[in-house]
Design a binder for this molecule. Structure first.
Ligand SMILES: NC(=O)c1ccc[n+]([C@@H]2O[C@H](COP(=O)([O-])OP(=O)(O)OC[C@H]3O[C@@H](n4cnc5c(N)ncnc54)[C@H](O)[C@@H]3O)[C@@H](O)[C@H]2O)c1
Length: 345
């Protein structure tokens, strides 16, 4: 068996039909450094943008040559060229934007975490279904080349039956200038959802139980804990361990290390490199070109566009994402209450 890496196959591909018009709601940092550069590189059509801060919208429109700087959300939604609304604003205000986009019959890409409660996450799924629009969640880490490769190896049987996942994450986001230091449960829920989603993505299963602990670091600026550690039981002999220190005090705090161990071998990656080692002596190492930022951001949007064209469920739809929401909120509940959160199914 040839387990070698094909770099082109790992990169998110442009959609079959690039003509669908995209509108961005929220012209902040993530739209400017990730969504829009990825769409531009793939030749997608961004036809309108709106931000409560008009100057932010104007700057973004100029930089990315977007035709319309909408006066209001209504203006954006009434533009017939707009087929997809890309919601890249914080938690607050999203419910209203989502509701009105559904009413206008626009398909939706929503930033992760879609909500901080299950009820809200479920409401989005229900509303999109009732309105007959497609709804994708921006969990773009699934489209990073390193993660795509590990998933391909797992699905192809390269590491055999999966029994252990480990994801160690380190970084620093204790920046007083940023909105997220004031976002409740930023480290575990807002940021950590990427890693819980990856564990679910690799496992191909729903979590049966999760136990987590979290901690404040003396002197931290964040309003919620910046360190956590979690253990997830996916059942059938698959355990995952995941931890995140979001206040590493070094010059280069960002690092990630992921192991996926199975009966035939092991896969590993960090932000850049990915490796397969099998018990038959196979050893492959690669540096996929497609990164989380910005390349990964093409993945959820292109897949949504193909899902619209093919009238199918998007790969990371709001409904599929409910399992990730359940897991991350279960981990939070466990950490806050000192319990093991279990699910019957
Ligand atoms: N997927 C990822 O890897 C990733 C990375 C960073 C941020 N995010 C998510 O993206 C979201 C935005 O983060 P950011 O760093 O770009 O924030 P930001 O503060 O830089 O930008 C948010 C923008 O939204 C605008 N805005 C707020 N409410 C609005 C509304 N109701 N209508 C129109 N515009 C509105 C603000 O004026 C601001 O310009 C957050 O929810 C965050 O969790 C995701």
């Amino acid at each position: 068996m040839d387990w070698s890496v094909s770099d082109e196959r790992l990169a998110p591909q442009p959609p079959k039909d690039k003509s669908l018009g995209i509108a961005i709601v929220g012209c902040g940092e993530i739209a400017n450094i990730a969504h829009l550069p990825a769409y531009r590189a793939a030749g997608l059509r961004v036809v309108s943008c709106f931000d409560l801060d008009r100057q932010a919208a104007e700057r973004t429109a100029e930089k990315f040559e977007i035709d319309e700087v909408a006066e209001s959300l209504d203006t954006l939604l009434s533009n017939p060229e707009v087929a997809i609304v890309d919601i890249a604003i914080h938690m607050y205000g999203r419910r209203e934007v989502f509701r009105r986009a559904c009413e206008a019959g626009k398909h939706i890409l929503l930033q992760k975490p879609v909500a901080h409660t299950m009820e809200q996450a479920q409401e989005y799924v229900r509303r999109a279904r009732e309105s007959g629009v497609k709804y994708q969640v921006n969990q773009q880490a699934r489209w990073a080349g390193t993660h795509r490769q590990i998933k391909t190896w797992i699905e192809g049987g390269a590491i055999g039956r999966l029994n252990y996942l480990r994801l160690d994450m380190r970084g620093w986001q204790d920046d007083p200038e940023k909105w997220y230091v004031r976002q409740e449960n930023m480290t575990l829920v807002d940021h950590g959802i990427h890693y819980f989603d990856l564990l679910r993505y690799f496992s191909g299963k729903e979590a049966r139980r999760v136990a987590a602990m979290h901690a404040f670091v003396p002197g931290q600026l964040h309003i919620s804990p910046v360190i956590y550690a979690a253990i997830v039981d996916f059942g059938d002999g698959l355990i995952a361990e995941h931890n995140f220190n979001n206040k590493v005090m070094t010059d280069s705090p960002w690092d990630m290390c992921l192991y996926a161990d199975g009966e035939e071998g092991s896969a590993w990656c960090d932000f850049e490199r990915v490796r397969l080692e099998r018990r038959d002596g196979t050893r492959i190492e690669a540096k996929p070109t497609a990164k989380w930022f910005p390349d990964g951001f093409l993945g959820p949007m292109a897949d949504l566009m193909d899902a619209i064209a093919d009238d199918r469920e998007p790969a990371c739809s709001g409904e599929i994402n409910l399992g990730t929401m359940r897991l991350v909120l279960g981990a939070l509940e466990s950490a806050q209450q000192g319990i093991v959160r279990q699910w019957a199914d």
